[in-house]
Write a protein that binds this ligand. Sequence first.
Ligand SMILES: [Fe+2]
Length: 430
Amino acid sequence: MSSRANDIRRYREDVSESHALLAHYREVRGVSERLCAPLLAEDCCMQTMPDVSPPKWHLAHVSWFFETFVLKPLLPAYREFHPWFAVLFNSYYEGAGAMHPRAQRGFLSRPPLEQVYDYRRHIDEQMATLFEAAPEAQWRDIAFRTVLGIHHEQQHQELLLTDIKHIFASQPLRPVYKESLLEASTPAPALTWHDFPGGLYEIGHDGEDFCYDNETPRHRVYLEAFRLASRPVTNGEYLEFMAAGGYRHAEYWLSEGWRTVREKKWEAPLYWERDEGGWQYMTLSGMRAVDENEPVCHVGFYEADAYARWAGKRLPSEQEWEIAARDVAVAGNLQDSGRYHPAPARDAGLVQVYGDVWEWTRSPYVSYPGFRPLAGTLGEYNGKFMCSQMVLRGGSCTTPAGHIRSSYRNFFYPADRWQFSGIRLAGDKG
Ligand SMILES: [Fe+2]
């Protein structure tokens, strides 16, 4: 399933592919609803911090995306489901008109959840109508926008799990989202270093498969020789940093990071709590003792950078990361594994490049040379956020398979910790 969505060239070239694309659309739409199936209607309304969106809002917003960018421009007979939904479920597209404030998504006790599911049915029916009579002259545009909408919905499927974790972790009852029989943990292989020669490289998306505009254009970069750690930093290794006073010594921290540590009184990754038995953390399977063999998760850029400094290393640049990752098969502990939690590394070699935890890089999220955003309002998807955020690479245990690739650029603010984000060290060679 996952690779088909990327095969945008095949879909675009031939209107007879419309049935295949519609089937794929339905498959991805079904995943969003399955992810919400374990939730109560009350869970679906919660917004536990401004960055978290209620699951109900996610379910509606991804439908709004198809309505706004596929159906309204391309299906002349389309009639909107509800006049207010264009405002309530617009996330950040100024070109699409007014929007409900992000931090007030949790105020939306109305519309009820059932009406949001009715909205989804309405959009699905209208998409089928569009596909049944797709005019050949418009097919390329229909296919492109639909594939973009599918990837957008997959992106929100990761956010759904991320936000459900925050919602459940904020709940005194600490609900279990999914019962999970996690295998007995074994020690991660010793960390080794993989050397890459300096020289001129090309990075950025290559080929005809789907990518976001921010991965283009492909361009040359010069890199000094570097080395990359074989696997992400484990909880056990991170505990050594904590035991060495990592959160108490300013010398490990960037100035902004140290200020944040003191203001927010950080002393461990997000979701960690200490009791008589030691460190515990919230998972989507409830509270558990911290497993020292798993990759450390829910650390922000400031913590990743401080850990690297304490360890005498540094974070990789996004260019280094991409060069190291481009020959690694895109597979790993992704959302489709159903684990929804990082797993200990099992093998030696360059491992866990994809899945488990997003890896913070030291690269600010900026445009590539020659970058052109998508035309029109869709150009707001990525380009306008190219300020003050850092790039993460590789996907996590909540990223859908088929939604990650070596050129994929995720981006968050340096203090953000609620994503499944971790640390892979790099170093200078020589
Ligand atoms: Fe969105």
